[in-house]
Every structure is written in C-alpha cells, then in structure tokens.
Design a protein around this ligand. Sequence first.
Ligand code: KIV
Length: 276
Amino acid sequence: MDEWGFTLEHNRSSIDYFEVSEIRETPQTIQQRKGCEPIAALTAYDYPMAKLLDAAGVPLLLVGDSLGMVVLGYPDTTHVTLDEMEHHVRAVARSKPRGLIIADLPFKSYETSQQALSSAQRLIDAGAEGVKAEGGLVILSQVESIISAGIPFLGHIGMLPQSVVEEGGYKVKGCDSVQEEELLADALALDQAGAFGLVLELVNAHVATEITDKVGIPTIGIGSGIGCDGQILVTTDLLGTSPDFIPKHVQPEQLLRDRMIGMLRVWKESLTNRKQ
Ligand code: KIV
C-alpha cells in the first residue's frame, strides 16, 4: 500500500468507488450548498479524468477552455474553438458522472445574443448540462438569452482568461474601489439574470467575501481566498501534472508528473536491462 492508502492488484484499486453518494447533481443541488457545504469543482477534459472525479464524488465538473493550454498546447484560451469544446464535452459526458457537467463557451462564441444561444445549444447537444461564459454586465443580453432558453448558466467574473492578451497578463481584480464596485455590479446583475452560480477568478479575497455575502447564488473561487462558497481548480494543477506551470494559488501535495516520469523511466530501463 502506498502513502495514499492505495494498492494495485490486477488492475483493481483498493479505493471503494461506491462510498460516494448516488445523487445526480443539478444546478439546484449545487445552489442548495450555499451556506451549508463547500462546493468542490474541478476541470475535466476527457473520459478517464471525468471517471476519476466521479469516483472522488466531485459535484461539479467543468469542461473548461483551460483545455487549450492543458491538453492542446495553445499559449492561452483564446485559441480554443467551439468544435474543440464540443469534442471534449462529448468525451466527459460519456463517463456519465453524477457531478454536473458545465462547459465553457470559448472565445468569440458569444458575441451576440443569437450566437451565444446557438453556441450554448451546441454544447448542451454534446452533453453539457449548463454553460459558463466570462463577463458580467457587458454580456448580460447574451446571458439572458441563454437562461431564457432554459439552459443553466454559470457566471465568471474577475480575471477573465479570454481577455489575457488585451489585459497583458493574469492580474488580481478588485484591488481598488472602482474595480470593487464594478465586480459587485456584475455579480448582482448575473444573480438577477438567473445564473445558478458564479466563478470568481483572482478576485481580491475581501471583495470575494463581500460578493459572496451579497449575492443569493453560490460563489466558486479560484485564487480568490477562502470566503467563497466553493473552490474550483484546474485538476492538473491540483495533481501536479501540469507540465509547464502551476499557479501560486495551488499547492499540489505531490508533483505527480515527477512520479509519472519516474515510472516511465523505470519501464524504459527495464527493457534495456532485459536485453542485456
Ligand atoms: O477554463 C477553466 O478551467 C476555468 C477555471 C475557472 C478553472 O474557467
């Protein structure tokens, strides 16, 4: 047994996959956790990772456009297409997880209300159970058209990765009173429009707590302190398998990538040794 309490015997692990709840999550079950139970959300881009998140009982799976960097090798999320998102949503949906599957609307796929609705519908047809898009008041008409079509919507404000090129980097938001007011107005507008939750990315921790107190929907933070109703991470950052860079707000217990490289080397060397 290793330090994680894990044994591997003929492909079967000692982890009890069935100790987690059988409940299928919905936007309502996620909302009901506000003020009661922290919401754990993680990214999934493919079938095997979605199965592992399901085995761990993760209630919200995000097919994030971070897949651009994590899986596809792009420099940022602005290169991800709707076709690529659909492909990964289908893979995650095939795992039939109990967690709610939310998919990101990629860059430039929600410029108008009509485009936002048709892009959201494509992700739903691929197997997503809701969509997320970046922005507050500036995308309100797009958000309203998605929600009025009955598609669950998760908001995302603060640092917006799809704006990284024009913003010149990943910077913390809400550090002055103007930004604080803007974030609050965005959060309240999304709540009012019917979003079922709100991701706060790289928001000053005090402002994130203030937003959490003022909105009726759960906030899910990433690099925004502990005052949010839940936390979301890029799974490969949490596991320490991200090859290039792990952000400051994540401290993986172990860099699994080192362990993986070690296993690969041991296997490669075992072949050489067998030949001698
Ligand atoms: O694309 C993504 O992974 C995200 C984050 C909130 C984790 O949007």
